[in-house]
Design a protein around this ligand. Structure first.
Ligand SMILES: [Zn+2]
Ligand SMILES: [Zn+2]
Length: 131
């Protein structure tokens, strides 16, 4: 599938409407937006990259979420069985970082202003061949 064009003429707007989160979900399904979570030495890092759901620009967002819920339960403990059934889901709020100053953007601000939420499952390996 062809990547959407970067709509740099889109006016800058600080928005986190749910519609963008659901658009981001569609892009994830189409492989135009990718999300990855890695754990190195117990430190969880998320990366979301690909097309911005609003302006179509390329973004690349890395975060180290601090509040990761019951992630430590993975290491073992009384609720081990429950943890295996429910792998931890990490939600990250991603802000457009397409690098373009959009129309009406505040001084020094790049991106189109949208933020959206991506949910990642900590122990899944997202691959290109998802059915
Ligand atoms: Zn954008
Ligand atoms: Zn943009």
């Amino acid at each position: 599938m062809a990547e959407p064009e970067h709509r740099t003429g889109e006016h800058w707007e600080l928005t986190s409407e749910f519609g963008w989160t659901s658009k981001a979900y569609d892009l994830l399904e189409q492989d135009l937006l990718k999300a990855e979570v890695t754990v190195i030495d117990g430190v969880l890092t998320t990366r979301v990259w690909g097309c911005c759901p609003r302006c179509g620009g390329q973004l690349d967002d890395r975060q180290v979420p601090t509040a990761v819920g019951d992630f430590t339960g993975l290491r073992g403990g009384p609720n081990l069985d429950a943890e295996i059934l429910r792998p931890p889901v990490v939600s990250v709020d991603v802000t457009c970082g397409c690098g373009q100053a959009h129309v009406n953007a505040p001084e020094g601000e790049t991106g189109c202003g949208v933020s959206f939420r991506v949910e990642l499952v900590a122990d899944s390996v997202p691959g290109p061949g998802t059915p």
